[in-house]
Design a protein around this ligand. Structure first.
Ligand SMILES: *[C@@H]1O[C@H](CO)[C@@H](O)[C@H](O)[C@H]1NC(C)=O
Ligand SMILES: *[C@@H]1O[C@H](CO)[C@@H](O)[C@H](O)[C@H]1NC(C)=O
Ligand SMILES: *[C@@H]1O[C@H](CO)[C@@H](O)[C@H](O)[C@H]1NC(C)=O
Ligand SMILES: *[C@@H]1O[C@H](CO)[C@@H](O)[C@H](O)[C@H]1NC(C)=O
Ligand SMILES: *[C@@H]1O[C@H](CO)[C@@H](O)[C@H](O)[C@H]1NC(C)=O
Ligand SMILES: *[C@@H]1O[C@H](CO)[C@@H](O)[C@H](O)[C@H]1NC(C)=O
Ligand SMILES: *[C@@H]1O[C@H](CO)[C@@H](O)[C@H](O)[C@H]1NC(C)=O
Length: 380
């Protein structure tokens, strides 16, 4: 019997391998208990479309920094949160899967939309798939308040510092011996990837818990907040539950979302460097964001200047929120935020807007991002 089995596997296995997927994934929910972080009392509340419109004016006006203070006081958030996540690893055993790329998405997205788009032909826009083909494991998750993770209070709970603590907790679980979240792979190092708001969370993690990461790669990020008013003004957020009750009626009124696909495109894309069908798909899977997230970004300064590990900043040249629509010369200021990063690798010429991964030729961007990991995080 044994020899027959061997014979069968010898003849059948090649066929199986050629048709089987190059990687396997496991989706699960991580129940995080008693996560705590500093939090803020907000000076405003979003209940109606009038409220969010006035908030837009307050945040976008030229003297916003002095005329509008969204913060009324400080507090602490403590909570239990369910985080929906997915772990993927190459089917072929190599050493690289011991390095896991931990991916944190931005506002308006979820773990699938930005890192592993599911539409027909979406594979070319998937950094996750490029990474597993290159041999790495990938962990990606729905940030608190998005996708299938807990929809906590969008004013008082879903704020910047708790998102940083959640990323730290998830990373500790991945690095723990005999982790139940890594498909039996002993993960030895984590490299953190962020996009947009997820980049700010990643940068904060690197500052607060440098021991949890080997290197970070940021996009949709400059570290410069000068151009946020252009983003707020044009993004035209609305209360999601009122905008589309059938889809978002269950969300509290502090969850907001851009009014239409063109307001969203204004932030995320630059013509002629993207396919309109990709944008249409992206808008169809849009995830509203919590107003508390934008209100608290930057309220606790995370000092990035002492981080000594590899840092990559990979920018679409025409990024609206990070660079005011043109990254030329802006990224010099970014370099000053990471004086001790070694190496610091900043690229600002890729022809794209804010959502780098969803533009044409993103496979070229992925190659540079993954090459940065290969060069700076040698396998064990
Ligand atoms: C929750 O965490 C706090 C510190 O953040 C700690 O003082 C408290 O004992 C913890 N509670 C439980 C039930 O683990
Ligand atoms: C959330 O769960 C639903 C039902 O299982 C699934 O169809 C959807 O793809 C999930 N969304 C994300 C972002 O994982
Ligand atoms: C994509 O890359 C190819 C090859 O470098 C180039 O010819 C083409 O113009 C690029 N497309 C866009 C939209 O940048
Ligand atoms: C744009 O996307 C559509 C739908 O996936 C596809 O048929 C078309 O070939 C794409 N165009 C380009 C230039 O990639
Ligand atoms: C950064 O490092 C310097 C010198 O080691 C130290 O004095 C300073 O307190 C550090 N800053 C932070 C925010 O840890
Ligand atoms: C930005 O840095 C580059 C390279 O160091 C330099 O050539 C350029 O003059 C700088 N631009 C500004 C505005 O400082
Ligand atoms: C940045 O990293 C990429 C990928 O490793 C590499 O091709 C490029 O030469 C690096 N640039 C600098 C200035 O180090």
């Amino acid at each position: 019997m044994a020899s027959i089995a061997v014979l069968l596997s010898l003849t059948i296995l090649p066929a199986l391998i050629s048709t089987a997927s190059a990687y396997t994934c496991q989706s699960y929910t991580v129940p995080l208990k008693n996560v705590s972080a500093p939090s803020f009392l907000l000076s405003f509340e979003i209940k109606t479309e009038w409220d969010i419109t006035d908030w837009t004016v307050n945040e976008a006006r030229r003297d916003s920094a002095t005329a509008f203070n969204p913060i009324a006081g400080t507090s602490t958030t403590v909570g239990d949160f369910d985080i929906s996540a997915r772990f993927c690893t190459p089917s072929t055993i190599t050493k690289l899967p011991q390095t896991v790329l931990v991916m944190t998405h931005g506002l308006g997205a979820d773990k699938t939309k930005y890192w592993d788009p599911t539409f027909d032909g979406g594979a070319q826009y998937s950094l996750l798939q490029a990474a597993v083909v290159a041999g790495y494991s990938v962990f990606h998750y729905d940030r608190l308040g998005t996708g299938n993770s807990t929809k906590a209070d969008p004013h008082t709970v879903v704020q910047f510092p708790i998102q940083v603590e959640i990323l730290a907790s998830l990373t500790r679980l991945l690095l723990a011996p005999s982790s139940q979240y890594t498909m039996d792979i002993s993960v030895v190092s984590a490299v953190h990837f962020g996009h947009s708001y997820g980049s700010y969370i990643t940068a904060a993690l690197a500052s607060a818990y440098p021991e949890l990461t080997r290197a970070i790669s940021l996009s949709g990020y400059s570290g410069v907040f000068t151009y946020f008013n252009i983003l707020i003004a044009g993004w035209q957020s609305r209360v999601a539950a009122l905008l589309d009750p059938a889809r978002w009626g269950d969300l509290q009124s502090g969850y907001v979302t851009p009014v239409d696909i063109h307001a969203d495109t204004y932030l995320e894309f630059k013509s002629p460097y993207f396919n309109h069908s990709v944008t249409e798909w992206g808008f169809s899977v849009k995830s509203p964001y919590a107003i508390g997230e934008l209100a608290t970004l930057g309220q606790i300064p995370y000092d990035t200047t002492n981080f000594t590990k590899p840092v990559q900043v990979y920018q679409g040249r025409y990024d609206l929120s990070a660079c005011g629509g043109n990254c030329d010369t802006v990224l010099n200021a970014t370099a000053l935020l990471w004086p001790r990063a070694s190496p610091l690798n900043i690229t600002g010429t890729f022809p794209a807007g804010h959502s780098v991964n969803l533009h044409y030729n993103s496979s070229q961007a992925f190659a540079v991002m993954l090459d940065f990991v290969a060069k700076n995080v040698p396998d064990m």
